[in-house]
Design a protein around this ligand. Structure first.
Ligand code: FAD
Ligand code: NAD
Length: 467
């Protein structure tokens, strides 16, 4: 058996693992990262990046179709547009390949050794890696371990993956368009991919168990999304559970809140009911780490219950977001390198790339009240924004939540076209402990949709100019 040793061993090269490895390398620690699949993990290969590529292509296509139709508003006419999904998928694959190779290059630049294969722990300092070319296994010993094994899609017992039933991974690589697509789960992935496939031309039905799509977001934020889904022709069934495929496999059986059972015809069924940490197959039982549900428990330094073993990313549970995984990854590398660091983030932004997009940072008005704050709120609708009007996308608003006594901003949320790009401004405001006056008195360029942030802050102070 080949043997290697290092200071830091990272298992998994997704956003959590590759960031930890690059930062460890930059800090001069001898670092090895083991990855079974491709550098970049779920996010880059079968998650954030490919989904956003398809969402963008679908959006462009629907705008081109609109230009070709009688309904065109801009005076643009293009004849007979059509989509070749296989070409779109090839373009998406090129982006993924480019970024994955880029991560390999960054690891190399930081002096990190990459080992391809599946890592399995034999004790808290040693892993054995089965290499894909069936060569001899490799034993790696390390002073510190960073676990970053990520997550995988949750499978429904009555609707297992296989045949027509697929996960988000396969939904990102379909080369022909399903005529009727049933999406089970109206959360992040269901909304993002469901809207994209409807725009490509499928007839999409979203089946959501709770009484609202995106149940983790407040109703005010979700309303513009519901309006747009209706306009696009997506059927949304809330309070409905998928309970299995029909006997002839031509549809999905659905049970609604009143216990009635019906069949939804489907050419393809995408199950997007959440993701679960990858805790099996790599020897977690050898380490016997404390758990929080199925996730591995960590403290404010991402330390697990075993000395010298850290965990980052989706393995550590919600929120399962790439930017959280990356922040944890660099935090751990710096702790191992001897820096005094701990998780002290005020807020982790959450963005849904639905149509229109949602951003939430910090506390919503209800959450702030539940935490005992007396709050004031300000809102600015995009219908009053000059820039939004010139871009013909006026549905949505920005909402700012602040303490009533000292005007400290507790949360900023918004919904609107391309609002994802404002998530950094929202988060920066919270991290810098901004008060309403700080945002209200910052000059925002005109005409931009970002002016809605300034106006919402002024609105909370009773000083809005444009509403
Ligand atoms: P992962 O990215 O899952 O990486 C874990 C890696 O570890 C994998 O490459 C796996 O092969 C490897 N591995 C596991 N076990 C072993 C082992 N024993 N040996 C060797 N290798 C191993 N998040 C966002 O913030 N924004 C988005 O827009 C977004 N969109 C998404 C869209 C979809 C369709 C999906 C599925 C997810 C999306 N996410 C998004 C979530 C995001 O992908 C995850 O939060 C992120 O990838 C977590 O990073 P991670 O490093 O913890 O794990
Ligand atoms: P999710 O938790 O966002 O949504 C799952 C939905 O499925 C929920 O609304 C839930 O009520 C519903 N559900 C559960 N069981 C059901 C059933 N039997 N029938 C019908 N509905 C059912 O999960 P997801 O969409 O699979 O995404 C997984 C995770 O990936 C997210 O939580 C997020 O952390 C991450 N992600 C993030 C982004 C982003 O940041 N833009 C995008 C995609 C995924």
């Amino acid at each position: 058996m080949n043997q290697l040793s290092c200071t830091v061993l990272v298992v998994g090269a997704g956003p959590g693992g590759y960031t930890a490895a690059i930062r460890s390398g930059q800090l001069g620690l001898k670092t090895i990262v083991v990855e079974n699949a491709k550098a970049g993990g779920t996010c880059l290969n079968i998650g954030c990046i490919p989904s956003k590529a398809l969402i963008h292509a679908a959006d462009l296509y629907s705008k081109v179709l609109e230009s070709a139709s009688e309904k065109t508003k801009f005076g643009i006419h293009s004849e007979n547009p059509r989509i070749e999904l296989a070409e779109t998928i090839r373009w998406k694959d090129q982006i993924v390949h480019r970024l994955s190779s880029g991560i390999e290059g960054l690891l190399e630049k930081a002096g990190v050794q990459r080992v391809q294969g599946w890592a399995r722990f034999i004790d808290g300092k040693t892993v054995v890696v089965e290499t894909p070319d069936s060569g001899p296994p490799m034993e790696i010993r390390a002073e510190y371990i960073i676990l970053a094994t990520g997550s995988r899609p949750v499978e429904l017992r009555d609707l297992p993956f296989g045949g027509k039933v697929i996960s988000s991974t396969e939904a990102l690589s379909l080369t022909s368009l399903p005529e009727k697509l049933v999406v089970v789960g109206g959360g992040y992935i269901g909304l993002e991919l469901g809207s994209a496939y409807q725009k490509f031309g499928s007839k999409v039905t979203i089946v959501e168990a709770t009484d609202q799509i995106l149940p983790n977001f407040d109703a005010e934020l979700v309303r513009p999304i519901s309006r747009r889904l209706k306009q696009l022709g997506v059927t949304v069934l809330t309070g409905a559970m998928a309970i299995g495929m029909a006997e002839d496999s031509k549809g999905v059986m659905i049970k609604t809140a009143d216990n009635s059972i019906s069949e939804l015809p489907a050419d393809q069924v995408v199950v997007t009911v959440g993701r679960a940490p990858v805790v099996d197959g790599w020897g977690l039982e050898e380490l016997d780490l404390d758990r929080n549900g199925s996730a591995v428990s960590v403290d404010s330094g991402c330390r697990t219950s075993m000395a010298g073993v850290f965990a980052v990313g989706d393995l550590t549970g919600e929120p399962m977001l790439a930017h959280r995984a990356m922040a944890q990854g660099s935090l751990v590398a710096e702790i191992i390198a001897g820096k005094r660091r701990r998780w002290d983030k005020v807020a982790i932004p959450a963005v849904v790339y639905s149509d229109p997009e949602i951003v939430t940072v910090g506390l919503s008005p209800d959450q702030a009240r539940q935490e005992g704050f007396e709050v004031i709120e300000g809102r600015f609708p995009y219908s009053a924004s000059g820039r939004a009007l010139t871009m013909s996308d006026t549905d949505g608003f920005i909402r700012v939540v602040a303490r009533a006594d000292n005007h400290l901003v507790l949360g900023i949320q918004g919904v609107g076209a391309d609002i994802s790009e404002l998530s950094s401004a929202f988060t920066l405001a919270l991290e810098m402990a901004a008060r309403l006056e700080d945002i209200g008195e910052t000059i925002h360029a005109h005409p931009t949709r970002s002016e809605a942030l300034q106006e919402a802050s002024l609105h909370a102070l009773g000083m809005a100019i444009h509403i």
